[in-house]
Write a protein that binds this ligand. Structure first.
Ligand SMILES: Cc1ncc(COP(=O)(O)O)c(C=O)c1O
Length: 506
C-alpha cells in the first residue's frame, strides 16, 4: 500500500491517536525506510517542474574559476526572467504579482538601481533611508485610521518597515510577548495568542520562534472568526487576539470591531492582519463598498500589518507593521550595549537592510497616490465581483464565504483538487487550500486586463466538467490533496522539509 492508501484508511483516525501511532510506526526501521522511499518517489515526480533549467542553463555548484563576462551573466538572468514572465504578466497566477505593469516595474527598477547601496542600518551615511521608511510608515498609518502627527504620544500610530507580511506579524507577536513579560500589572511568562484557524500561518511561525502558545479557534459557517469562541479561549496568559482583514484562505474580513472589543475589555492587545487588505479596504470603503471597520478607527486595535509589496504595488520585500503607541513598538526593537562591536540597535529582525527596496516602496506609494490606489482598487474589485459571480454560476462549484477579491471555491460533488490539477495544466497557478478542500484565486491588477477573467471562467468551467468525468480514486491525487488527508502530520512535515531540501539542490 502506498501513502495514499494508508491515508485513505486512516483518514477517520482521532488526531491524537494518529500522532501516537505515527511515533510508534516511524520508530520501526523498516517503516522509516519505506517512508523515505515514498518521499523520494513523490519528490522525484515533481523534481522536473521545480528544476526545469537543469541541463538547459549553465549551473554553478561552485564558483567559476574565472569570473564570467557581465554581459553573459546578464543574458542568463534575462533569459530566465523572460521564460518566467509570461505566466504572471498574462494574469495566470493567483496573487504573486500585484501590479506588474511595464511602466510601473521599469520605474521601480530605476529607483532601486539608484538606491541599491543604501542600508538603513547606517542612518548616518544614508539619512535618505530613514526618510523613506519614516514616510512609508506615516503614509500607511494615515491611510489606516492612525494619525502619526497626533498630539498624544501614547495614542499615536507608529511603526516600522519590515521585509514582508510574515516579518510584520512575527514582530508584532514578539512585541506583545515582551510587553507582557515586563507588564506593570502582571508578568506573563507563558504567553498565549488567540487566533482564528484562518489567520495566516505566520502566527504559527511567530509562536514557534518566540515560544508563544497559539490557540487556534474554529471559524463560523461564514468562515469569519467566531467572537464567542474567541472570547472563551482567552486566559490569564493571553497577550493578544488576532483577526484578518481579509483572511488569506477565504478572503473574508473577521468581525474586527467585536474581537477588538473583547481584547480591550481584557486589557490585552489586538492585531489586525491587513497584510492583504491594508491597501485595498480603505479605498473600497471610499468607493462605497460595505467594508467593516478593521483599522485604527476601532479603539481596541493596537497593532496592524499591511503589505506594501502586495496591493501597495511596491517591489517584493517590504511591509509595514503599525502600533498604537510608541511604547508597544519599543518591545519590537533590539538594542545591545555591551558588545565589543559598539552600541548596536536595529528595529526589525534583519541587521543590514535593503534601502533600495524602501526607496522603491516609497516611490511606488507617492507615485500611485490616493487617486491611483482608488482606481486600482476599483478595477480589482470589479474583476473580483465578475469572477465571484462567474464561479457562483458554475454548477458543482460553491463559493466559500462572501469574498470581495480573494475568491475561494469548493465542490460537494467533484474533487476540487482535480479541478485545480486541470487548471494547472491550462497554465493557471492557483492556491490549493485545505480544511475544507478548496481553491482560491487572489485577483490582482494582472487579472483586470481585458479577457483574463473571461478566460479564467471558461477554463474553470471546462476543468470542472473534465474533473467530473474522471474517476476519483485516491491514488492519483496530487500532493496537496494527499497531504490534506494524511492523519500523520509528522509525515507531512517531513515531506515539506524534503521539498525545501529539493529547492536547495543545485
Ligand atoms: C493575510 C495575510 N497575512 C500575512 C501574509 C504573509 O505575507 P508574506 O508572504 O509577505 O510574508 C499573507 C500572504 O499572503 C496574507 O495573505
Amino acid at each position: 500500500m502506498d501513502i495514499a492508501g494508508i491515508a485513505a484508511r486512516l483518514e477517520r483516525l482521532d488526531p491524537r491517536v494518529a500522532a501516537a501511532a505515527e511515533r510508534l510506526a516511524v520508530a520501526i526501521p523498516a517503516v522509516r525506510a519505506r517512508l523515505d522511499r515514498e518521499y523520494e518517489r513523490l519528490l522525484a515526480g515533481i523534481e522536473g517542474s521545480v528544476k526545469p533549467y537543469r541541463g538547459e542553463v549553465a549551473s554553478f555548484p561552485r564558483l567559476p574559476e574565472r569570473g564570467l563576462d557581465t554581459d553573459e551573466v546578464l543574458r542568463t538572468v534575462r533569459d530566465l526572467a523572460a521564460r518566467e514572465e509570461p505566466r504572471w504578466r498574462d494574469g495566470l497566477a493567483s496573487g504573486a504579482v500585484y501590479h506588474g505593469g511595464d511602466d510601473h516595474v521599469a520605474f521601480l527598477n530605476q529607483v532601486y538601481a539608484t538606491a541599491s547601496q543604501v542600508n538603513p542600518l547606517h542612518a548616518d551615511l544614508w539619512p535618505s533611508g530613514a526618510k523613506f521608511e519614516a514616510e512609508i510608515v506615516a503614509m500607511t498609518a494615515a491611510m489606516l485610521g492612525g494619525d502619526a502627527a497626533g498630539d498624544d504620544p501614547r495614542r499615536q500610530v507608529v511603526g516600522t518597515v519590515t521585509s514582508g507580511g510574515t516579518e510584520s506579524i512575527l514582530l508584532a507577536m514578539k512585541a506583545y510577548r515582551d510587553r507582557a513579560r515586563t507588564g506593570a500589572r502582571r508578568r506573563v511568562t507563558r504567553p498565549e495568542v488567540v487566533a482564528p484557524t484562518t489567520a495566516h500561518v505566520a502566527f504559527d511561525k511567530a509562536a514557534q520562534y518566540f515560544r508563544i502558545k497559539l490557540v487556534r479557534v474554529p471559524v463560523g459557517a461564514d468562515y469569519r472568526a467566531d467572537v464567542g469562541a474567541m472570547r472563551r479561549a482567552v486566559t490569564r496568559n493571553t497577550v493578544a487576539l488576532v483577526g484578518s482583514a481579509p483572511s488569506f484562505p477565504h478572503g473574508v474580513v473577521d468581525p474586527i470591531e467585536e474581537l477588538a472589543a473583547v481584547a480591550a475589555e481584557r486589557g490585552i492587545g489586538f492585531h489586525t492582519d491587513a497584510c492583504l487588505g491594508g491597501f485595498v479596504l480603505p479605498w473600497a470603503r471610499r468607493l462605497g463598498y460595505d467594508v467593516p471597520a478593521f483599522d485604527f478607527g476601532v479603539p481596541g486595535v493596537t497593532s496592524l500589518s499591511a503589505d506594501t509589496h502586495k496591493f501597495g504595488y511596491a517591489a517584493k520585500g517590504t511591509s509595514v507593521v503599525l502600533y498604537r503607541g510608541a511604547e508597544l513598538r519599543s518591545h519590537q526593537y533590539f538594542t545591545a550595549t555591551e558588545w565589543p562591536g559598539g552600541l548596536y540597535f536595529s528595529p526589525t529582525l534583519a541587521g543590514s537592510r535593503p534601502g533600495g527596496l524602501s526607496a522603491a516602496c516609497w516611490a511606488a506609494m507617492v507615485a500611485t497616490g490616493e487617486d491611483g490606489y482608488l482606481e486600482a482598487t476599483r478595477r480589482v474589485l470589479a474583476t473580483g465581483a465578475a469572477i465571484r459571480d462567474g464561479i457562483a454560476a458554475i454548477p458543482r462549484l460553491r463559493l466559500l464565504g462572501d469574498p470581495l477579491w480573494v475568491v475561494a471555491f469548493a465542490s460537494d460533488t467533484v474533487d476540487v483538487y482535480r479541478v485545480l490539477d486541470r487548471m494547472t495544466r491550462r497554465g493557471w497557478i492557483l492556491n490549493g487550500l485545505h480544511r475544507p478542500p478548496a481553491v482560491h484565486l487572489c485577483v490582482t491588477l494582472r487579472h483586470t486586463r481585458p479577457g483574463v477573467a473571461e478566460r479564467f471562467l471558461a477554463d474553470l468551467q471546462t476543468s470542472v466538467a473534465e474533473a467530473e468525468a474522471e474517476p476519483t480514486a485516491a491514488g492519483a491525487a496530487p500532493v496537496y490533496g494527499l497531504a490534506a488527508t494524511i492523519p500523520f502530520r509528522g509525515m507531512v512535515r517531513d515531506l515539506l522539509k524534503r521539498y525545501i531540501d529539493l529547492l536547495y539542490r543545485p
